[in-house]
Design a protein around this ligand. Structure first.
Ligand code: DUC
Ligand code: ZN
Ligand code: ZN
Length: 487
């Protein structure tokens, strides 16, 4: 019997810190040796001229998720995971969305039933908390943490999802005491409502007004408040989908001051602009997401923050709603911008776009690409070093990239359940050709070779913040005993 199950030979390995030529030996789903002339294997994958990278971790995507108003995403765990794998990902962490009236346990059970038997890659969930009852705070969030769901997301906007500041503090405090990471959709609800009401009353209902109704000020105010609340109780916080220089600047400033504040941005804010909302008819609806697309000056500023390390992750925010009556047009062809589902697909486009414009375009190094696409997510979401790196003992979650293959992104090569791609026609150089998950091929030379259901739930651990900005002294001592005498 051969010594190894698989050896990947002749490639160039890159991790978040190093780039080197070596072979990778895999046994029982794990990386067991790195080097040259490693020995015999059942299967040899020739990676000559290719890059051998940690498989991407898609840490922000909406899969088999219904919105608070009932709309369902077009991708389930089967199609979503297949699309993710074609895009160079070997694991993903969609959301399990609690809606008001649902318990946390019920929510997680529901998503287990949606994911089990369906995914081709490993998966976890971030828990969206929309109903932080006493029972949820006392018992259910700690139970979710023990169940391997170690990140919670909250919304500061959307009437049926948003929490108020004191509820936010409750969740941050519970997360802190268990070592969980809180994530936040930070936009000021009042500003958005105030402008939207006036726009609609004035007959300004087309998709383009979506961007006007979600100004940069709404994002900046909410990010500032979210960071202030997190710092007040010394809780780590990640701001998802940062779309403005103002918001990114607040994240960068807090990090410089030593707070455990993390930021995420998404390809749509780096590659698209609000001009796309002006497309004829309702076509602009395809480009509606929240926060909205901005302008080219914003793109440049956000790239600089990517380069400077403000953002720990670049995620797709894949929120797939088809351009038909099941999705964007559910409220008819005359729907106002308030009645159109927010979000766009991009789970398979994220890494090719980031690689092409980032690495081949000279904006970031290959090692930064690995950090932004896999390693940082693994660390801050409690999966490192099992996932997100190429090291002895880690899961053999590997994407083999052809750095010089040029493709055009099209809905046809995204493999999701969508009828459009917002990145349609865009040329990219660099393409993931083979993806392994725990040593098993999921994508091989551009073809799907894995069965739905092989993906496993990732029981995530406490996030690892080593090497990130350090602790601060909070104004409120987090060990403060609410029952005790206060001096
Ligand atoms: N927020 C997200 O994170 N995704 C889609 C829409 C939204 O508002
Ligand atoms: Zn959001
Ligand atoms: Zn999202």
């Amino acid at each position: 019997m051969a010594q190894f199950d698989t050896i990947i030979t002749g490639g160039t390995i890159a991790t978040a810190s190093d780039t080197f030529d070596a072979d990778v030996a895999i046994r029982d789903g794990k990386i067991v040796a790195l080097g040259h002339d490693l020995g015999a294997a059942e299967r040899v994958i020739d990676a000559k001229g290719k890059l051998v990278l940690p498989g991407g971790i898609e840490a922000h995507c909406h899969i088999a998720q219904e919105s608070a108003t009932g709309g369902m995403t077009s991708d389930d765990y089967r199609s979503g995971s297949i699309s993710a794998a074609f895009g160079g990902n070997s694991s993903f962490v969609p959301f399990a969305a609690q809606h008001r009236g649902m318990s946390v346990t019920e929510t997680l059970d529901l998503y287990d039933s949606r994911a089990e038997g369906a995914s081709v890659i490993d998966y976890g969930y971030h828990l969206i908390v929309a109903d932080p009852t006493e029972k949820a705070l006392q018992d259910e969030l700690p139970a979710a943490f023990a169940r391997g769901v170690t990140s919670f997301k909250v919304f500061m906007t959307y009437d049926l999802m948003k929490i108020d500041d004191s509820q936010f503090l409750d969740i941050l405090s519970v997360a802190r005491s268990h070592g969980a990471l809180t994530m936040v959709h930070a936009e000021n609800s009042g500003i958005i409502k105030w402008i939207s009401d006036r726009l609609i009353a004035g007959g300004h209902t087309a998709p383009r007004y979506h961007a006007i109704s979600h100004p940069a000020a709404a994002e900046a105010e909410a990010i500032n408040r979210a960071i202030t609340l997190a710092r007040f109780v010394d809780a780590p916080l990640l701001i998802v989908h940062v779309s403005t220089p103002e918001g990114a600047g607040l994240v960068a400033g807090a990090r410089l001051e030593g707070a455990k504040i993390f930021g995420e941005t998404c390809p749509q804010y780096l590659f698209l602009t609000k001009e796309d909302l002006d497309r004829p008819g309702m076509d602009g609806a395809k480009f509606m997401c929240s926060p909205p697309l901005r302008d080219t000056a914003t793109q440049d500023a956000l790239w600089r923050h990517v380069q400077a390390g403000t953002f720990s992750v670049v995620s797709s925010d894949h929120a797939p709603y088809r351009f038909d009556e099941t999705g964007k047009l559910a409220n008819g062809p005359e729907a106002t911008f308030k009645q159109i589902a927010n979000g766009m697909p991009g789970i398979a486009a994220r890494l090719p776009l980031l690689f092409s414009e980032g690495v081949n375009g000279g904006r970031i190094t290959l090692n930064q690409f690995v950090a932004l696409s896999a390693t940082n997510a693994a660390r801050i979401y409690g999966m490192h070093p099992r996932k997100g790196t190429i090291a002895i003992g880690s899961d053999a979650d590997i994407a083999i990239w052809d750095p010089s293959e040029t493709r055009r992104i099209s809905v046809e090569n995204q493999h999701d359940n969508m009828d459009y791609s917002p990145f349609e026609g865009r040329e990219v150089t660099g393409w993931p050709v083979t993806v392994l998950s725990r040593g098993e091929a999921v994508i091989e030379n551009g073809a799907l070779v894995a069965e739905p259901g092989r993906g496993r739930f990732i029981h995530r651990e406490r996030p690892d913040f080593t090497g990130y900005p350090g602790t601060q002294t909070p104004e409120l001592d987090p060990a403060w005993n609410f029952g005790a005498e206060i001096n």
